[in-house]
Design a protein around this ligand. Structure first.
Ligand SMILES: C[S@@+](CC[C@H](N)C(=O)[O-])C[C@H]1O[C@@H](n2cnc3c(N)ncnc32)[C@H](O)[C@@H]1O
Length: 487
């Protein structure tokens, strides 16, 4: 366990009781040795220089070196937290580590990344950092048996900021009331009334919100007396919605999972039919606005794009490992990007020089092929394509349409909000198919009965946001709502 010695402590001082610390632990094999070695060398050199400056009494230099050291470590922590590694399986919701962190009174909050654990810790006179870590290791030896560690002191304000920025799971009694990630989840619901009114919610009806997000659509259904089952694959969204909707007691149920598995998820809860389904596809504002989630080309962040941070494959995996043909196909099919081949070629050239690990790195590569014209950023289509591929969005949608429709009771309604043409096409095609009494093909002598016929379309043309909604929420601009009723 040599890796947990103070050698890797960022502060040159031993940790102090009563002070808040951010501890990042990661599996040795999760971070490529050369990256670790590079960081380690820079870290040692800076710490040595800082020590000398302090001995010389050079306050200005000490301050500037401390700033440099802080930035070096903050960047490294960020990289480590989002590096994809084999630790995925160990970092499940059920891991012993999670219970150990919850049971530890000094832990203010924690975030389980795919290869690392970030813990906000307050020390007391009785227990130093090593004792805390030893307890966590006892609870999760398979996870923390071979780890490295960074320890950074931070003020209460920094803790709160960090909790806001990262996906921190707060302990049952959060010390900074009102500042955990659940309460800072901000998403403006799109076509809220249009989508939920269409489901005819009322007391006694059971509704499914397949894309819970911040819980906006769910809340509108709950206000009308319905019972709601909400699904989201993003644990942060589930936590936020759970927090927001707790006042509705046992009328609100939250499930963390993929909507493609809707039938299994609801059957598991003994729910065999629903009276309405709303699905508001795509990503939420907190997902796109958090640089560390890696969805946005506008801010620097790891090239991640996973809606569920525990999923196995992130965008960097595709960009750095897929073949040129595969990348071109993803960009062309999911992004309808005409320059797909040229972009894929440039990506492959660049990654032989150095791996493409950040959003802005990729955006720059795309801009080197596609100069900016008009309002749309050149990287928009490629980022959409990668996001769709990473989250397997189109096959998830197909499964939701089929599985959700099977769960709908007669008279039940299905409302889907889409944000791009690939999604809208899939929804339109499915709705048209199940609402056609007969099918016809040129090679058939006469039309035949459609075995899947069981619905009528409520919205002949999709409903789109009105001027007021567009003015309040420009992100709603490409939304299209389609509604179907099972007969
Ligand atoms: C646009 S947001 C929903 C916002 C929500 N309707 C509201 O008003 O607060 C879409 C959500 O769907 C989730 N999501 C997307 N694809 C999913 C899938 N296949 N399974 C489960 N959740 C998914 C995303 O994680 C995101 O939180």
């Amino acid at each position: 366990m040599t890796s947990l010695t103070p050698e890797y402590w960022v502060a040159q001082l031993a940790p102090n009781p009563g002070v808040n610390y951010a501890v990042t632990l990661w599996l040795t094999e999760a971070v490529p040795a050369d990256q670790f070695h590079h960081w380690d060398q820079e870290n040692s050199a800076l710490r040595k220089a800082l020590h000398e400056a302090a001995e010389d009494g050079d306050a200005r230099r000490s301050q500037s070196l401390a700033g440099e050291l802080y930035r070096l470590n903050a960047n490294f922590v960020q990289k480590v937290l989002f590096l994809h590694a084999r630790a995925d399986e160990a970092l499940t919701r059920e891991s012993g580590l999670r219970s150990a962190l919850r049971a530890d009174k000094g832990v203010l909050g924690y975030a389980l990344g795919c290869a690392a654990v970030h813990v906000l810790l307050q020390l007391t006179d009785e227990r130093g950092v090593e004792q805390h870590i030893a307890d966590w290791q006892t609870a999760a030896p398979e996870l923390l048996g071979n780890t490295k560690c960074i320890l950074q002191s931070c003020t209460a304000e920094e803790v709160a900021q960090w909790q806001d920025k990262h996906r921190v799971e707060s302990n049952p009694i959060p010390p900074f009331e009102g500042m955990n990630s659940a309460t800072s989840f901000r998403h403006i619901t799109v076509l809220g009334h249009e989508a939920t009114d269409a489901l005819l919610p009322e007391e006694g009806k059971v509704m499914l919100d397949a894309t819970l997000g911040g819980g906006g659509h769910s809340e509108l259904l709950l206000r009308r007396g319905a019972t709601v089952w909400g699904i989201d694959r993003d644990p942060t969204a589930c936590a936020a919605a759970h927090h927001r909707l707790s006042a509705y007691g046992n009328r609100m149920h939250v499930i963390t999972g993929c909507f493609g598995d809707v039938q299994e998820l609801l059957h598991h809860e003994d729910v065999n039919g629903v009276d309405g389904i709303v699905a508001d596809l795509g990503i939420s504002s907190p997902q796109v606005d958090t640089p560390q989630r890696g969805f946005s080309f506008l801010s620097e962040g790891p090239l991640d794009m996973r809606m569920n941070p525990n999923s196995p494959r992130c965008a960097a995996d595709i960009v750095n490992n897929a073949s040129e043909e595969e990348i071109a196909e993803i960009l062309y099919v999911y992004g309808e990007e005409r320059a797909a081949r040229a972009i894929a070629r440039r990506i492959v050239q660049q990654r032989t020089i150095s791996p493409i690990t950040t959003t802005t790195q990729l955006a720059k590569i795309i801009c080197s092929i596609l100069p900016r014209r008009g309002k749309q950023h050149p990287a928009t289509r490629s980022f959409q394509a990668l996001r769709i591929a990473v989250n397997d969005e189109l096959s998830q949608l197909e499964k939701l349409l089929k599985g959700g429709f099977a769960l709908l009771r007669s008279g039940g309604r299905f409302a889907v909000i889409t944000f791009h043409s690939l999604e809208d096409r899939a929804v339109k095609r499915f709705f048209e198919h199940v609402s056609k009494p007969e099918l016809d093909r040129p090679e058939w002598p006469a039309p035949r009965p459609n075995p899947d016929y069981a619905a009528r379309i409520i919205t002949r043309k999709p409903i789109t946001p009105g001027a007021e909604e567009l003015a309040n929420n420009p992100r709603s601009r490409s939304a299209k709502l389609r509604v179907l009723e099972k007969i």
